[in-house]
Write a protein that binds this ligand. Structure first.
Ligand SMILES: CC(C)(COP(=O)(O)OP(=O)(O)OC[C@H]1O[C@@H](n2cnc3c(N)ncnc32)[C@H](O)[C@@H]1OP(=O)(O)O)[C@@H](O)C(=O)NCCC(=O)NCCS
Length: 169
């Protein structure tokens, strides 16, 4: 298991393996109905087993505080202008991110996001993009993301946020 321990050792960020799937699904699905919970568990499984993606978890001992799913490549929504889609084509993508409501505003979200940006960099990805309803400002403020498009999916406006990684000389 690959892991990164935060400086203050209040929690650690790990790349999940098979043993984390059930506890993560149980801990983080309290607000979901049965169908959503099953789909969530299936999603976590795919992120553990497939080689083009990973599931990062924030752990405090055996307690699971948050998750982040990240993938090598995902299609941009079709509403995004072609010039933007082409620019982000090789970027890694964050596809799910949640910190348990009891553990927010302690820096766990930032440490999860730092870990998945590192994941993307280690895979040679030139940048990172994601789609968000409410957290555009958080990504802008803490991680220097730019809004590159706004799309309406199933009647809900989402912001497409992206950042390119600085080229290493
Ligand atoms: C967005 C989300 C993942 C952030 O997780 P988090 O663990 O609360 O994130 P952090 O603690 O790193 O940052 C949140 C805030 O707490 C602040 N903070 C960080 N450490 C802190 C500490 N020790 N004490 C007080 N505040 C702190 C941060 O500065 C940040 O402030 P801001 O909101 O003014 O920018 C979480 O709110 C969440 O799960 N939301 C619901 C799902 C969601 O929106 N997911 C994102 C979809 S793209």
């Amino acid at each position: 298991m690959k892991s990164a321990v935060c400086a203050d050792v209040k929690w650690e960020i790990v790349i999940a393996d098979e043993s984390h799937i059930e506890p993560a699904a149980a801990s983080l699905s309290g607000h979901m109905d049965d169908g959503q919970r099953r789909r969530f568990r299936d999603k976590l499984s795919r992120y553990v087993y497939k080689t083009d993606r990973d599931l990062a978890l924030a752990l405090q001992g055996s307690r699971i505080l948050g998750f982040y799913t990240v993938i090598d490549y995902d299609d941009l929504p079709p509403e995004v202008p072609a010039a933007v889609s082409n620019r982000l084509h090789d970027y890694a993508c964050g596809t799910g991110f949640l910190v348990h409501p009891d553990y927010r505003r302690q820096g766990i979200g930032m440490s999860l996001h730092q870990r998945v940006e590192r994941w993307a960099g280690e895979r040679g990805k030139p940048g990172f993009w994601l789609s968000t309803r409410r957290q555009a400002e958080w990504f802008r403020k803490h991680f220097a993301f730019d809004e590159v498009a706004r799309v309406v999916v199933k009647g809900i406006e989402r912001r497409i946020m992206a950042k390119g990684f600085a080229a290493v000389a």
